[in-house]
Ligand binder design. Structure first.
Ligand SMILES: Nc1ncnc2c1ncn2[C@@H]1O[C@H](COP(=O)(O)OP(=O)(O)OP(=O)(O)O)[C@@H](O)[C@H]1O
Length: 327
């Protein structure tokens, strides 16, 4: 490097350091002013979101949906004392209405998103009335406070019965018939939401992604029922769908040790095959939810085993495709 080059570089460094020092001094002197301008901008944005939500509720919210003040919500939950669980959008707390009805109160995290989840929930669930779809009873909408109030489900989440089977007392674990009825009930709820609610409100949302999630859930129900102590629903160290295909590849009789009677075997087989069709890699190969229900309820033949979907396993690479049929 020549002498003039070094001088130019030194000048550059001095100028940058001086610039940063001046900026720091200005921020220190005017920090209160800067802070107040930033808070005003955030507040204006928040107020705009809240106004949009207000307008949405006025135009789309059903009359039956009751609005509560935040102080009322605090009172009904005893200041959010009893937490039922944590979802992706916030905590869920147990509450009691003045008429004694128990409710589940979801306190949405307002720093996340722009209120779209609130709108989605009010637009979809509030208009539903189905035995397999939870009822939304009310809401609270105040500056920076968004709350949804649902009917309380005393048995809690299916998750407890699927993933934490090893923690259940004897007699609490769900039998095959109960699992099958739950799978059908969830399928009916999904079909109902799809036909009346989602199509109207959200246009062409891919129902095949719902079917995929449903299939994974059904397979997990079976995998965890089969091996509740594994905790992660694996059979041995193998991810359940892989375990099933490996079983078929080895030409083994299709049987799960926990399914003892012929009815239980039939239910387990149906749930597995339906689950595997639902998780096919290409959405076009997955059945619609009403076909899924027909398969589960026996009006459509389920003897053909679907091709192996590309599955990523936490423990082993996917095994190759198989189109074996059941023995
Ligand atoms: N109506 C209810 N009655 C009783 N417990 C509930 C109710 N709703 C939610 N819970 C409990 O709160 C937990 C979190 O529920 P939440 O719906 O927020 O989350 P999620 O089901 O994981 O879905 P997401 O993250 O998509 O919101 C559930 O797993 C359940 O234990």
């Amino acid at each position: 490097m020549t002498m003039p080059d070094a001088l130019i570089r030194l000048h550059g460094i001095v100028a940058a350091v001086t610039g940063i020092a001046i900026a720091c001094i200005i921020i220190c002197i005017f920090r209160r002013k800067i802070w107040s301008i930033l808070s005003k901008i955030c507040c204006r944005r928040r107020t705009k979101i809240d106004q949009d939500l207000e307008a949405f509720i006025r135009n789309h919210g059903p009359l039956a949906l009751k609005r509560y003040s935040f102080s009322h919500v605090k009172k009904m939950t005893n200041s959010f004392k009893d937490k039922l669980g944590q979802g992706g959008y916030g905590g869920v707390y147990k509450g009691k209405l003045s008429d004694g009805h128990l409710v589940a109160v979801k306190l949405l995290n307002t720093s996340k998103g722009n209120g779209q989840e609130f709108i989605n929930e009010v637009a979809s669930i509030s208009k539903t009335s189905h035995v397999n779809v939870i009822s939304l009873l009310g809401y609270c909408l105040e500056v920076d406070r968004r709350v949804l109030i649902y009917e309380f489900m005393p048995n809690g989440s299916l998750e407890i019965f699927i993933y934490k089977g090893d923690t259940l007392k004897s007699g609490q674990q769900l039998g095959w018939e109960k699992l099958y009825q739950i799978a059908i009930g969830i399928g009916r709820g999904l079909e109902y939401l799809r036909r009346e609610v989602f199509n109207r409100n959200f246009g062409n949302v891919s129902h095949k992604s719902d079917v995929y999630s449903y299939g994974m859930m059904v397979l997990e129900m079976v995998g965890c029922r089969e091996n509740p102590n594994a905790g992660v629903c694996n059979t041995g160290d193998l991810y359940f769908p892989h375990w099933i295909y490996k079983h078929f590849e080895e030409g083994k009789e299709f049987e799960l040790p926990s399914a003892v009677t012929s009815e239980e075997k039939e239910i387990a087989k149906k749930m597995i095959i339906v689950g595997l069709w639902c998780i096919q890699t290409r959405p076009i190969d997955r059945p619609s939810i009403n076909i899924v229900l027909e398969m589960l309820q026996g009006s459509i033949d389920t003897s053909e085993i679907p091709p192996m979907p590309s599955l990523s396993s936490p423990t082993r690479p996917p095994i190759h495709s198989s189109t074996t049929s059941l023995s």
